[in-house]
Design a protein around this ligand. Sequence first.
Ligand code: PMP
Length: 410
Amino acid sequence: MLAETVDQALRQRARRVVPGGMTGHLNAAALPVGYPQFFQRGDGCRLWDVDGREVIDFMCAWGPNLLGYRHPEVEAAAQAQAALGDCLNGPTPRFVELAETLVDTIAHADWVLFQKNGTDATTVALMVARAATGRRKVLAAQGSYHGAAPWCTPVPAGTTPEDRAHLIRFRYNDVASLEAAAAEAGPDLAAVLLAPIRHDLGIDQELPSPAFAQAARALCDRAGAALVLDEVRTGLRLNMPGSWEPLGIRPDLSAWSKAIANGHALAAVTGTDALRDAAGRIFTTGSFWAGGVAMAAGLATLAVARRDGLVVHLERIGSLFRQGLAEQAVALGIGIRQSGPVQMPLVLFDDDPAWEKGMVFCAEALRHGAYLHPKHNMFLSLAHTEADIAQALRATEAGLQAVRQRFGAG
Ligand code: PMP
């Protein structure tokens, strides 16, 4: 078949040299027709695909874009470090400076270990918990994504039952189910691993009930196990010192990645003094983990986020987007549900178990210049302005009209 677009041509070439053309969540095959696989560039809250189409982006590279693509101060800091060197025989001073800044920023943190990806961070956090306790069992919520290592990848191909033999699942926000899982682990309980909010694919997001968060903390205290928060997706955008700070609940360990260096590859585990010794005993490393460029970017990211009132901005534009969409849906008589924090929008349609309405909505919105996702939570950045939201709402209006035309009101 002759490729009609640059994107199609690249997909054809990729299929020959990359199994499936693209792996994992970035595979555009799961997205509505018309969604590009390949991108040329990003700037602020906008992306240009390889065919030159410009969109207002609501995925933020699936989380890493926090301040805007190519944020000038972050890129200047990264380039200044790149001019000196990135991957050297050991870390640069940025390693210490960033660890100090994270300890100052994150409420529960007394120390930091750096990695590159979110999966590295969740995996290392569990190693610390197991080293500290000498125990094996980890409780994690059904449907929660914690990465793509054999112990947690959602698709079991290529893994063994032994890889996840010590993982016990419970229902998020269900204290009885959590307690039952802890009872099953018994004296072998090393950790409870939780996302700060329930942000599973394809279902409404849920904030943790205070009772559930308290129960998780109390259970870990009782059992001498570690409470681990997976902040990879939520980190910095909900509440910079920690997503559960407003609940008054502090974890023992947290896993961070995605946004902490505004798109530069960086991850971190933070922990409390009680776990410092265990964190120093595990052997964990990677050729690129101490690279200075991402750490320089991380320092600049944290400074800009703090100075420019990141969270307040995200809440403001997130509320504008949510309110605008809600009004459009009411006016057109279409049942939609928007759930979770406004800075992580998710739009699901009533009576849409296979997300077909969501696919039509997104496909049409994309044609009108807004890149949305039909079933994964989306993200906003410091670069999204009120004017961008107003422009994106014209695209969602067209998307909702297409849903109404195809499926009727209701
Ligand atoms: N935990 C959560 C909550 C995530 O959202 C992700 C990535 N989507 C990960 C862990 C894994 O991060 P990475 O893809 O960088 O390994």
